[in-house]
Design a protein around this ligand. Structure first.
Ligand SMILES: [Fe+2]
Ligand SMILES: [Fe+2]
Length: 356
């Protein structure tokens, strides 16, 4: 009797970067973007032909060996600011600047995603006690990081999420004037972020940095889910969007492209959790202790700082922009009355004690 062949766990870089054939390309704001449509007009994300089955095979392998694939609770996502109702209220009053600013920040942050290709990957097989053949971990620098970078920032003459968010903004808000200080403010905020001590100085520094980066990007990707829903809700509303269908769809395409990012990162981090790491002084540390520790810190800080940061990004210009309407005070009051109440959950789910 012949049994079904086991799904492959090893892929070449070309395979992980390979896309299916499209019937029609995706054009966004005049820019040829990644991904495309089949003969039924259905959108297919780029570079998922082998990447998606590869990631599920690695996940199955983890589950079959009795390990979990980590999950970040949606409850930890702070609401987008301004929220859907606030954004629509402003747009209905012709106050576009805050929305233009928010959408531009999102497109810039997407473009920053290209840095994932510069993450230095140490010799993992030497730093991890158990074997890593046929895992997401062993494919990080052989296709997974590169595919991610291309998805976010575009590749060669093909646009990525940066260009797709710009297109969504320009479709919905009819090519608005972009405030000149968006990037400067964003960089200012980043450079003010305090330098923190190494959480795991006993680890190889390159390994610690790579894992911290992956944990951070995973959290950002999971939280981005809230941003997509917000983008779709606002930009698909014909009352405030000039191209509700096309602008909303553009965000939906981006949303579907993000799924492999969340999935490979949570898989690779779970593979580390299921293993043992060597320390520089010849000892060992449980991978779960490191991964959970990094995720806990990241989630704890983000849930506490992000709502404030988002407010700071747009708040000042928002008040200024509101002054142009007939009755700024009543608009501001109505705006504030629509604010989302939110408090960060007490637990991140990755508490140090649970990683013992
Ligand atoms: Fe993205
Ligand atoms: Fe992403």
């Amino acid at each position: 009797m012949t049994s079904h062949a086991e799904p492959s766990l090893t892929f070449s870089e070309d395979e992980l970067l390979g896309s299916r054939k499209y019937d029609e390309p995706l054009i966004a704001g005049g820019v040829r973007c990644h991904g495309g449509f089949d003969e039924d007009g259905r959108y297919h994300s780029p570079r998922t032909l082998h990447r998606t089955p590869a990631i599920s095979a690695w996940q199955d392998q983890l589950l079959r060996s009795g390990h979990d694939v980590i999950e970040i609770s949606r409850a930890l996502m702070p609401p987008q600011y301004p929220n859907v109702e606030q954004a629509k209220l402003l747009l209905r009053h012709g106050v576009r600047d805050p929305m233009v600013r928010s959408l531009t920040i999102i497109s810039i942050v997407e473009g920053f995603g290209a840095v994932i290709r510069d993450v230095r990957v140490p010799e993992l097989a030497e730093l991890i006690v158990e074997p890593i053949d046929g895992t997401a971990l062993s494919h990080l620098r052989h296709g997974l990081f590169e595919a991610h970078a291309r998805d976010e920032a575009g590749y060669e003459d093909e646009g990525g999420h940066k260009q797709m968010w710009e297109a969504a903004r320009d479709l919905a808000l009819e090519h608005p004037k972009i405030p000149g200080d968006v990037l400067m403010r964003l960089m200012g905020r980043r450079s003010r972020a305090p330098k923190r001590e190494r959480p795991f100085p006993q680890l190889d520094e390159k390994l610690e940095r790579m894992l911290a980066m992956m944990a951070q990007v995973l959290v950002i990707e999971v939280f981005a889910e809230g941003t997509f829903q917000w983008g779709i809700d606002v930009l698909s509303d014909p009352e405030v969007s000039a191209e509700p269908q096309a602008a909303g769809d553009m965000v939906r395409y981006i949303q579907s492209d993000e799924s492999p990012h969340v999935e490979y990162l949570r898989t690779a981090l779970s593979e580390v959790r299921a293993r043992t790491l060597r320390t520089v002084d010849g000892k060992q540390i449980a991978g779960c202790k490191v991964v959970d520790g990094l995720l806990h810190d990241m989630l704890h800080n983000l849930t506490r700082n992000r709502p404030r940061e988002q407010r700071e990004d747009v708040r000042e210009s928002m008040i200024a922009a509101m002054q142009d309407v007939a009755n700024p005070t009543s608009l501001e009051e109505e705006y504030e009355s629509l604010a989302s109440a939110w408090t960060a959950p007490a637990q991140t789910g990755f508490e140090p004690s649970s990683a013992a």
